[in-house]
Design a protein around this ligand. Structure first.
Ligand code: ZN
Length: 413
């Protein structure tokens, strides 16, 4: 009898200890989820995205880089109801860097602002498209519905006619500075001066100085593709996570084009992305991720880590590699290019559980008007651009590369 009572007491004590340990564990989880800020936002956002269509193509389940894995996991742990505003403009201490960006600028708004910028270039009332977009975003909470578009056009007219200046338009808009910096990070390298080859009236190829869009669609001209608004759709290979990029479906071997000039930061196998290329913009704020490239022949000849590429260059070929820890395996059912765009305001964000991958569907629609013409190289499987381009930023970077290589130092400082 005594023995049983003693035993019951031990069992009761053990139960109390288990309960205490459980309660402590819960408290720990709660603390962690509080700390998970934008990591949890990432998933919250993706899951709560209104009208997000199911992936049309369930077999197509692309990835993110390994770091995205952490982002997904942090998101799974985080239970806080995440509002982007909490890490957005108002609560952002001035010396801090941006932790979160929802890029919801429509392709229509991009096109309107871009046209205004180009039309007014070289005049006294040049309208910077990024400032104009930031102004509208600050008034409409970053959403670009029909009202916002009307406002954007009216604002542009006032600026153009000299009725008002941008400083006046932005005055009193508390989140203008945030949107300006956020959109500068997304669009900063896409418009500017450059030299481009063209055919003249006689059909001779000549160099012309230009101002305008110097970013390209990631799919070469004349190659068919299809896509849909697929950012944030669920993915399950490896672990549950949102789709942090945009898929463009096409044929094996379709030349993949560098959207923006930059240097190759990563090139090789990744178990999610398969053969993939990561290209960093020269201002270091954008990391372009091109994945699932062709089996056996994924990259443009000669491309390697550290290479400088010019927007519009062929960098690789579409395929369906990935979803395997073993190299060169076609484990993606549908042939497509996955392109991702990560924003980096502080280098600590690059590979962290607070990565900022933006929705580039609207961007891809905007860029679909500028596709790089390519031609086949002799009897090879290689393609190259038809019209050369000189992007001053890329030329500077090439010079630096040459200098540092003669000094025996690495370009990546
Ligand atoms: Zn994808």
């Amino acid at each position: 009898m005594k023995y049983y009572r003693k035993r019951r007491r031990w069992i009761a004590l053990a139960l109390v200890l288990i309960l205490l340990a459980f309660a402590a564990g819960r408290a720990e989880v709660a603390r962690n989820s509080k700390n998970a800020d934008s990591g949890s936002l990432l998933l919250e956002e993706a899951e709560s995205m209104p009208g997000q269509p199911e992936s049309e193509n369930p077999s197509c389940q692309p990835e993110s880089e390994e770091p995205g894995q952490e982002a997904g996991q942090a998101g799974n742990g985080g239970a806080e109801s995440g509002q982007p505003e909490t890490v957005g403009p108002e609560t952002q201490p001035a010396q801090d860097y941006i932790k979160w960006v929802d890029f919801n600028v429509s392709s229509e708004a991009l096109a309107l602002a871009y046209d205004m910028d180009v039309d007014t270039y070289g005049t006294d009332s040049h309208i910077d498209w990024i400032s104009l977009l930031a102004c509208t975003a600050a008034r409409y909470g970053g959403e670009f519905g029909s009202q916002a578009l009307v406002d954007l056009e009216n604002t542009a007219q006032r600026l153009r006619s000299g009725q008002s200046a941008l400083e006046e338009e932005a005055e009193g808009l508390s989140s203008y500075a945030y949107y300006k910096e956020a959109y500068e990070a997304v669009l900063g390298g896409m418009v500017g001066e450059f030299l481009l080859q063209e055919k003249d009236e006689e059909g001779n190829v000549v160099w012309r100085r230009k101002y305008g869009l110097k970013a390209f669609s990631p799919i070469a001209a004349a190659f068919p593709y299809s896509d849909s608004d697929d950012f944030g759709a669920a993915r399950s290979y490896g672990y549950a996570r949102p789709h942090l990029g945009h898929d463009m479906l096409g044929q094996i071997g379709t030349p993949v084009i560098a959207v923006e000039s930059g240097y190759v930061e990563a090139l090789g196998w990744n178990q999610y992305g398969g053969w993939r290329i990561g290209i960093r913009s020269f201002d270091h704020k954008r990391y372009y991720y091109y994945a699932h490239l062709r089996q056996n022949y994924p990259y443009a000849e000669g491309l390697e880590e550290g290479s400088v590429v010019t927007a519009g260059d062929v960098i690789g070929y579409m395929g369906h590699t990935g979803y395997s820890s073993e190299e060169n395996v076609n484990n993606i059912k549908t042939v497509h290019l996955h392109w991702g765009l990560e924003l980096i305001f502080d280098e600590s964000q690059k590979e962290s559980d607070n990565e900022i991958w933006i929705d580039c569907y609207q961007l891809s629609r905007f860029l679909s008007g500028n596709r790089s013409a390519v031609e086949k190289v002799g009897d090879t499987r290689e393609w190259r651009r038809v019209y050369g381009m000189e992007d001053p930023a890329a030329e500077d970077a090439r010079e630096q590369t040459e200098q540092s290589s003669t000094e025996g130092a690495s370009w990546k400082g």
